[in-house]
Design a protein around this ligand. Structure first.
Ligand code: ADP
Ligand code: MG
Length: 324
């Protein structure tokens, strides 16, 4: 199969079609229209085999992850997804691989109402880059820099599952209960981008970030951008039943929740007077949310407490960084 046939067969058709796409796949460039009063929000993420996903990861998991990480970044700004571009570097064209990859992409496109508007296909090591664009009403974006002293620190969903899932896949952790093992692996392969949570937080959250590198790592970005400190109650971190049941003790689960990455939950701050509003709004959508701490005036200080006692992490565990 040639590149042209591949695009024609798997990418030009299928997926959600939007009215604001005037020209999609097939010309030299896409032409799209931003609605009046809305701002365009753009993000890009690349997944490289062996770095961001294990060798032999299934194509549908790769497609899911590359879309999810991008939608997660849009969500963390409060934006709703609209358009996606895809740059695929493939060692060779394996029709079954591309079919499964594109089917997953199209089903996510239907689910989240975004349209694939273009991309590029080249031969090279397996690597996938997605650029996602979305809209936000002018002035409604949620940045990392708006937190102030006294705001509550909150997080959606559960933390640590994707990290344990990865350790199970690498053979570094044994989980005897099959249902738990598959739940945790799926949380690594198929993270949920919190699109609805992100749009719900507009004009309520004072700051927001998605948890991609690990809670401790990502909370530092809020602290430094907002020029504040953070108090985290480690005993309040939301931990799934599957994670809790398959580690030596609660402390072990807490370390996963605080330090492992790839959960793609939203970490955000709200002022006291908005706490009930956001809890009610998110629970009306069945989105779990937990209050895990508070913003302080101690600039740049991340103060971790376990049952109200100071707690220090093994520095090797404090989050994933490239080039470190
Ligand atoms: P050009 O050589 O002008 O860059 P291409 O042959 O690369 O054109 O692309 C032709 C059309 O197919 C363009 O609309 C491009 O956006 C789209 N396209 C190419 N690869 C992909 C892909 N992996 N996913 C989606 N659209 C793609
Ligand atoms: Mg091209």
């Amino acid at each position: 199969m040639k590149e042209f046939d591949l695009i024609e067969k798997h990418f030009s058709t299928g997926g959600y079609k939007r009215k604001d796409v005037l020209i999609g796949i097939g010309d030299d460039a896409a032409v799209t229209k931003v609605p009046a009063g809305q701002c365009l929000v753009t993000t890009t993420d690349t997944l490289v085999e062996g770095v961001h996903f294990l060798k032999d990861t299934s194509p549908d998991a790769i497609a899911h992850k590359v879309v999810a990480v991008n939608l997660s970044d849009l969500s963390a700004m409060g934006a709703e997804p609209a358009w996606l571009s895809l740059s695929l570097s493939l060692p060779s064209i394996e029709p079954e691989w591309v079919k499964s990859f594109s089917e997953k992409l199209h089903s996510l496109s239907e689910y989240f109402s975004f349209q694939l508007i273009g991309g590029d296909t080249v031969q090279g090591p397996l690597s996938i880059t997605v650029t996602a664009q979305g809209f936000i009403p002018e002035g409604n974006q949620i940045t990392r820099s708006g937190a102030s002293s006294g705001d509550w620190l909150m997080v959606t969903g559960c933390l640590g599952d994707a990290g344990v899932g990865l350790d199970i896949l690498k053979g570094e952790r044994r989980v005897t209960n099959e249902a738990d093992a598959s739940y945790l692996k799926n949380r690594h392969w198929f993270p949920t981008p919190r699109v609805l949570a992100g749009t719900t937080m507009r004009r309520i959250a004072t700051s927001c970030i998605d948890v991609s590198d690990g809670l401790l790592q990502d909370v530092k970005h809020i602290a430094s951008s907002s020029e504040v400190g953070v108090l985290i109650h480690l005993d309040k971190l939301p931990i799934s039943q599957a994670l809790g049941a398959n580690v030596a003790d609660l402390n072990d689960a807490m370390v996963y929740a605080a330090t492992s990455g790839d959960d793609y939950e939203l970490l955000f701050t709200v002022p006291e007077e908005q706490r009930v509003n956001i809890e009610t709004a998110l629970s009306s959508y069945d989105i779990p949310v937990a209050c895990i701490g508070q913003i302080t005036g101690a600039k740049g200080k991340i103060d971790c407490r376990l049952n109200d006692q100071p707690y220090t992490f093994d520095s090797a565990k404090a989050g994933f960084e490239h080039f470190s």
